[in-house]
Design a binder for this molecule. Structure first.
Ligand code: AMP
Ligand code: ZN
Length: 465
């Protein structure tokens, strides 16, 4: 049984796909006005674990992800300038150039974390017609209205709007109202933009297209509805996003999709908690972020980040520290070095009964709302067990299909014998408390391009990344 916490019903639910053996998965993508950071890394790694788990369970997954390259204003509600234009101004480039540059950077960063590329990547600016068509449907259904400044979705026409994800419409109206600078034609402060016109506040908006309502650009939320429906159908299985999308973006996506089609957009809504720094969300707008490159520059293997992410549950905030990453790296390299010690050809063909118990523990843990800390504990229990090595290797290879560390790929990193001998000598010196000799040997190892990690499993050599 695979359970997922569904934010829509606020409980763990057993997962059932709409079509047998197939899953449609939509993961809200990045707004490409600045660099991708390791906070994004956390969210998309956990999406990747979800996708890999579904595949492991035998589903064929179609994974769709948008790239927001227009319409996301500085506030998730309809206020402020377009983030893309701000980003372009900062970089001294055109909006189109920064969209291309940061999209590339985002996917390069995700590749380094072994995050599988989505089946479909769709840019908002490539789907203007689909967004116009959906807005037209909403107008035809009498749930959207045209004004001199924008076409708005009328939230009072969608009865559940106020209660989605446990929100209270009154509270939201107040939150939105405090932020209101424009939007004087809104019938309700919580109504949101479907199509913004190139007038007033947005008179000089750089990206703009013709539409039945005049020159302008789509609001941010409509892109996700239009593109997810195009590639996954009007109702699909799973939709994910960061927990910041609980209050505005996702209720708006649900309202406008369901008001157009009469069907729920997605059956399961998954929300990821943030990667934090000093108690604050790591974010582009706060500028308090590290990129994957920063992690590599400090000598870490980026897959250590993946280990760090998996070591906490996706619904709990995770505070990023360098010492936390060091501990994660030790965990990862302990697994790698264990794997390197077992020759590839030693893997057994079939499982024994004892191995199946470990396999079940692993599956039960990951199927419990993607409980990755429990899953890693099950991995370690297996590694430390007295199962024969051939069994362990077979299990580990299967586990790694879900974990995505790529443990087998590390086999080619062979540590030279002379470096191993230096490590033995260093350990001997350390055991006999000859610390100056042990430090000197550590330096020698360091100069040869290797670092010693002292872990619970003993001292491990790691080639510098
Ligand atoms: P953005 O480009 O800011 O729209 O973010 C793209 C996705 O990454 C959204 O689903 C965000 O919620 C998520 N995200 C952004 N920052 C973080 C963070 N620090 N930790 C986890 N997820 C994040
Ligand atoms: Zn979205």
């Amino acid at each position: 049984m695979f359970t997922l916490y569904n934010s829509l019903t606020r409980q763990k639910e057993e997962f059932h796909s709409i079509k047998p053996d197939r899953v449609g998965l939509y993961t809200c993508g990045m707004t490409v006005y600045d660099y991708a950071h390791i906070g994004h890394g956390r969210k998309y790694t956990m999406d990747d674990v979800l996708r890999r788990t579904l595949t492991f369970l035998g589903y064929q997954v179609t994974h769709v992800q948008n790239v927001t390259d227009v319409g996301h204003l500085v506030s998730d509600a309809d206020e402020g300038g377009d983030k893309m234009e701000k980003g372009a101004l900062k970089a001294g480039k055109t909006v189109w150039e920064i969209a291309e540059f940061f999209t590339q950077h985002f996917y390069d960063s995700m590749d380094r974390l072994h995050i599988l590329r989505p089946t479909v990547v769709c840019r908002a600016t490539d789907h203007i017609q689909e967004q116009i068509d959906l807005i037209q449907r909403l107008i035809d259904n009498n749930v959207a209205y045209d004004t001199p400044e924008a076409v708005y979705f009328e939230v009072s026409k969608f009865l559940e709007y106020g209660q989605l994800f446990g929100q209270k419409l009154d509270e939201k109206e107040i939150a939105v109202r405090e932020d209101v600078i424009t939007g004087s034609y809104k019938r309700n402060p919580a109504d949101f933009v479907l199509w913004a016109k190139r007038t007033g506040h947005h008179a000089n908006h750089i990206m703009h297209w013709d539409s039945p309502w005049g020159d302008g650009f789509p609001g941010w939320h409509i892109e996700c509805s239009a593109m997810s429906m195009k590639y996954l159908g009007e109702t699909f299985d799973i939709h994910t996003g960061g927990e910041d999308h609980l209050s505005i973006h996702h209720p708006n996506e649900i309202a406008q999709s369901q008001a157009a089609t009469g069907e729920p957009l997605a059956h399961y809504w998954i929300h990821h908690a943030f990667l934090m720094v000093d108690g604050q969300k790591m974010s582009k707008s706060l500028g308090n972020f590290y990129r994957v490159e920063d992690v590599i520059e400090r000598g870490f293997n980026p897959i250590s980040l993946r280990y760090l992410y998996l070591n906490s549950h996706y619904r709990k905030p995770l505070n990023f520290t360098w010492s936390g990453l060091e501990a994660a790296e030790k965990g990862l390299y302990s697994l790698l070095s264990w794997m390197q010690d077992v020759p590839a050809e030693e893997a057994d063909e079939a499982y024994t009964q004892d191995s199946l118990i470990h396999r079940n523990n692993f599956i039960q843990s990951i199927c419990d709302d993607l409980n990755t800390p429990k899953t890693l504990a099950a991995v370690w229990e297996m590694v430390r067990s007295d199962l024969p090595r051939g069994q362990k290797l077979k299990l580990m290879r299967e586990f790694d299909e879900v974990l995505g560390f790529g443990l087998d790929d590390f086999r080619h990193i062979v540590i030279p014998e002379d470096v191993k001998e230096l490590l033995d000598a260093r350990n001997e010196a350390r055991n006999s408390k000859d610390y100056s000799k042990s430090d000197q040997l550590r330096d020698q190892i360091d100069q040869l391009g290797y670092t010693i990690l002292d872990t619970k499993e003993g001292s491990i050599l790691r080639k510098k990344y």
